[in-house]
Design a binder for this molecule. Structure first.
Ligand code: SF4
Ligand code: SF4
Ligand code: FES
Length: 527
């Protein structure tokens, strides 16, 4: 930052020094002062239309919109002065003239900025006695509903579609008190990134049809996660209600996804709520799979996998920790690791640099390659007659019945037993899915990112790393790990590209690998 001119000012009595050109609103954030705002969003061009961010700046002739006013040397800014508060109270009063007070039935209640600022700074009652304007709800297409009565015309949705998605299908139609958000005729909000307008809307005017009436905001538990829909690795929040994932929302990370998520990622939450989960270890007894204790199942699996060549079919959605333990297993028991990758159409978000729904529809192919797994279309070609097959994860596409029949024994470690394995697996070890465990993933740019547990696992299913560590120990490898952080530490200690990384340093926004894009890790791996 050596050649960036810095400016010092005082905001609400707190001295701050920020780069020249920054808005007062952003500078206030660095001082821990929230200036109320509606139209301003850090991911969108400044519009300055709502006037909710009015502040008093000493020596200015009138109040200034903090989002559209740059900092100046020696400025003294008052956010909560009587004059500024009176102005913002007036803005709120005008916004509420036509806004229906239907918070009890509004999806946004509890996370609504109109509710919050009215509570903090608004009038206790309304002076408006006339009937409120009424307009019907409009289906905007895609997953989006427009409740015009609640719209405060901040234009965030319009600017997102025109400047970020660069598909300008929304506009401000009519003028004055008849103004509303219009949709270009013949167009729908079906852009793969259009769902972001629901998050951007500060009130309940744009709603997700999928989430409609599913939960109140205050009923939700939240945990940071990483989307597994593709190799972009968008940062997300998994929101759960009564142990069911009800929504994935983007978590800001300017190195990966800015403030956004695509529709494929958002809809991916359904997979986490499958009802057909494997929730008990199973061991084959005669023709049937029977419920077993974990210790017996692990011992049976180790016997089934030892003494012959091992092929590991790993899901490219497994965590770095799980892939590392499988790599160790392939050292302990001679064999080969393969993975299969789903591909789809790439869909960039034009206004956000290096952000796209990637054609690689899995979260961790980068780490799978780094840890020596080979990508293959036809999994069966890696499998010789009499090999033992260890399947970890749920992706069985690309492996046919004839291939499965060539394996001398099959151990399945996954979340839902596929029908093709019901008669073939000798052991089933139930594992957690990504929102039920903790770990890390490596995205296509080599950024290592943590995800945390959001919900409980079904039955006695265990975290993937935990099961694989036990299995590794049972086949004679070093599997003495008690926490996922320890597995990651062992990975970082033995693989040059992960060197120096640990959970604490990664934080919740991740860090790049030492040598991003390294095709194969050359570090020596000991079993
Ligand atoms: S629909 Fe929401 S985001 Fe769009 S202008 Fe209205 S209040 Fe703003
Ligand atoms: S771009 Fe990929 S990682 Fe991001 S939300 Fe979409 S599917 Fe998920
Ligand atoms: S946030 Fe500044 S004018 Fe709207």
């Amino acid at each position: 930052m050596a050649d960036v001119k810095m400016v010092s000012l005082t905001i609400e009595g707190r001295p701050v020094t920020v780069p020249d050109g920054m808005s007062i609103l952003e500078a206030a954030k660095t001082a821990g002062v929230l200036i109320p705002h509606y139209c301003y969003h850090p991911g969108l061009p400044v519009a300055g239309v709502c006037r909710m961010c009015l502040v008093e700046v000493e020596k200015f002739p009138k109040l200034a919109p903090a989002c559209a006013t740059s900092v100046g040397e020696g400025q003294v800014v008052h956010v909560h002065s009587p004059k500024a508060l009176e102005a913002r109270k007036g803005v709120l009063e005008f916004l509420l003239i036509n806004h229906p007070l239907d918070c009890p039935i509004c999806d946004q209640a509890g996370e609504c900025e109109l509710q919050d600022y009215t509570f903090a700074e608004g009038r206790a009652d309304s002076r408006y006695r006339e009937p409120k304007r009424f307009n019907p709800v409009e289906d905007f297409g895609g997953d989006v509903l427009y409740v015009q009565n609640r719209c405060i015309l901040c234009t965030r949705c319009v600017r997102f579609m025109s400047d970020v998605a660069q598909e300008p299908v929304l506009n401000v139609s009519e003028r004055g008190d008849r103004a509303f958000i219009g949709k270009a005729e013949g167009h729908d909000l079906t852009n793969p990134w259009a769902g972001n307008v629901v998050d951007l809307c500060p009130v309940g005017a744009l709603l997700s049809k999928d989430f409609l009436n599913r939960a109140r905001a205050w009923e939700l538990d939240r945990a940071p996660t990483v989307c597994t829909g593709c190799s972009q690795g968008c940062n997300a929040v998994a929101e759960t209600r009564d142990n069911v994932v009800v929504r994935l929302k983007p978590r800001a990370n300017d190195q990966v996804n800015q403030y956004y998520m695509c529709e494929v990622g958002r809809q991916g939450y359904r997979e986490f709520n499958r009802r057909d989960r494997a929730d008990q270890p199973l061991v084959r007894r005669g023709n049937a799979l029977a419920i077993a204790e974990w210790d017996d199942a692990i011992a049976s699996a180790a016997r089934a996998l030892s003494g012959r060549r091992l092929v590991v079919l790993a899901s490219p959605n497994l965590s770095n920790e799980a892939l590392f333990l499988l790599e160790r297993m392939l050292v302990a028991v001679d064999g080969a690791g393969v993975f299969r990758l789903e591909r789809g159409v790439e869909a960039p978000l034009p206004g956000a640099p290096d952000l796209a729904l990637r054609n690689e529809r899995a979260a961790n192919a980068t780490a799978a390659r780094l840890l020596g797994f080979t990508e293959t279309e036809a999994v069966g070609s890696s499998l010789g007659d009499g090999d033992a097959l260890l399947i970890v994860g749920d992706q069985l596409d690309g492996i046919g019945s004839a291939d499965l029949d060539r394996a001398s024994s099959i151990v399945y470690v996954g979340t839902a037993l596929p029908a093709s394995l019901e008669a073939r697996a000798v052991v089933v070890l139930p594992i957690t899915n990504i929102v039920e465990e903790e770990g890390t993933l490596t995205n296509l740019r080599g950024r290592v990112q943590r995800f945390l547990q959001a919900k409980a696992a079904p039955g006695v299913a265990r975290p993937t790393w935990y099961v694989l560590a036990d299995l590794l120990a049972a086949v004679g490898g070093d599997g003495r790990f008690f926490m996922p952080a320890e597995v990651f530490a062992a990975l970082a200690a033995t693989h040059a590209s992960f060197a120096g990384l640990d959970y604490e340093a990664l934080g919740l926004r991740g860090l790049p690998l030492v040598e991003s894009g390294t095709p194969a890790d050359t570090a020596e791996v000991t079993a």
